[in-house]
Design a protein around this ligand. Structure first.
Ligand code: CU
Length: 377
């Protein structure tokens, strides 16, 4: 009898229900046993680790090959509504996760559990949530994560599919695209436990990884062609929805602003290094290209269960997805990584610079004769 009571008590702890009957806490693959003496033994608890999220283009510190068994990876995302300068004379009322566009990359391994705390501070004006394309059920978590200003919640989901996946806000109706094109999207990378593999199935290791989040903005203009400014996210809603319906973005940028990753803000690498580029676009198709290099290995659809394509010139990231590309730099110099819709890259902002140090290889490229006057015979 005593044993049954303990089982009921444990069940309540594991499956506590909220008012709608939705299970708040899911059972984990941990062994929690009631003994005849009445004590509860947690014999094989999953290790809990806190992941310190960082602003893109950087990724959090992570292992490429998983160490040990599945873990519970705890992350914290805070919805931040803030004014952001997105370049070309426009300042918007952005909606963000943790204050950056895109939101931070989360990195776990297949079989890990992500335990995500979503916070909506009281200073905010709108409800927010998160739909994680890596998660299974309840609209990717969107149904369970709606938080009004002043609230927070915790969602736990199992990362069952290896790959790179978009996450984004999706509270309902026009708020879904509005929050996404106001900046509320990011990426999660679910690595295979044994790490990445090339097309032949050999393990590959990257020396650096960068996260590039491509973002389309739809900023209204006044009658003089000057970008309008608004005090709050709700203030900008009506005018912005009108521009959005035209499907012509005012900005297409990498990492939140024109020039966020160019010139002094360039990325870096060295000759011989292998670099992983994660590229997400939550709303719109894009076609990344590395000028002067190639996509050695490209997981175009983002799935690490599929063999990577090799030696691509340009690849497609479908709107609402993320992809990954791995390249070993072979020459020094400045590379341009861009959306090869060159109008969007050059005129709207979708470009990044990578400054690569090292020794030039004349065999790969040589300027045989410098520009000079034409010689006529
Ligand atoms: Cu939102």
């Amino acid at each position: 009898m005593k044993f049954i009571n303990i089982v009921i008590a444990i069940s309540f702890l594991l499956y506590g229900c909220n008012s709608s009957g939705q299970k708040q806490i899911q059972p984990l693959a941990v062994s929690e046993k009631a003994t005849q003496s009445g004590s509860v033994i947690d014999s094989t608890p999953l290790e809990r680790v806190k992941q310190h999220l960082v602003a893109p283009p950087l990724l959090p510190i992570h292992d490429q090959v998983a160490r040990g068994g599945s873990k519970i990876v705890q992350v914290r995302l805070v919805a931040r509504e803030k004014t952001m300068d997105i370049g070309n004379g426009a300042k918007i009322q952005a909606a963000t996760y943790n204050g950056s566009i895109p939101g931070p990359a989360i990195v776990v391994h297949e079989g890990d559990y992500v335990e995500l705390t979503l916070v909506n501070p009281p200073v905010n004006t709108m409800q927010h949530n998160i739909d994680l394309h890596a998660a299974t059920g309840a609209l990717g978590g969107g149904e369970l994560t709606k938080v009004s200003p002043g609230q927070q919640m915790v969602l736990r989901f199992k990362a069952t599919k290896p790959g790179v996946f978009v996450y984004h806000c999706a509270t309902g109706g026009p708020m879904i695209p509005y929050h996404v094109v106001s900046g509320m999207n990011g990426v999660i990378m679910v690595l295979p436990r044994e790490g990445l593999k090339d097309a032949q199935g050999h393990s590959v290791h990257y020396d650096r990884a960068y996260y590039i989040g491509e973002q389309d903005f739809y900023v209204p203009k006044d009658e003089n062609g000057v970008y309008r400014r608004y005090d709050t996210l709700p203030d900008a809603l009506e005018d912005t929805l009108q521009v959005m319906q035209g499907l012509v973005p005012s900005h297409v940028v990498f990492n939140g602003a024109v020039g966020a990753l160019t010139k002094a803000n360039h990325l870096t690498a060295n000759v011989g290094e292998t670099v992983l580029f994660i590229h997400s676009q939550a709303n719109r198709d894009t076609r990344p290209h590395l000028i002067g290099g190639h996509g050695d290995l490209v997981w175009e659809t983002g799935s690490f269960s599929d063999q990577p394509a090799t030696n691509l010139e340009t690849w497609l990231i479908r709107g609402g997805s993320a992809g990954a590309m791995l390249y070993q730099f072979k020459q020094p110099g400045t590379y341009v990584y861009l959306n090869h819709n060159l109008i969007e890259a050059v005129m709207l902002g979708a470009a990044a610079h990578i400054k690569v140090d090292g020794k030039w290889d004349n065999d790969l490229m040589t300027q045989v004769v410098k520009p000079e006057l034409i010689k006529y015979d």
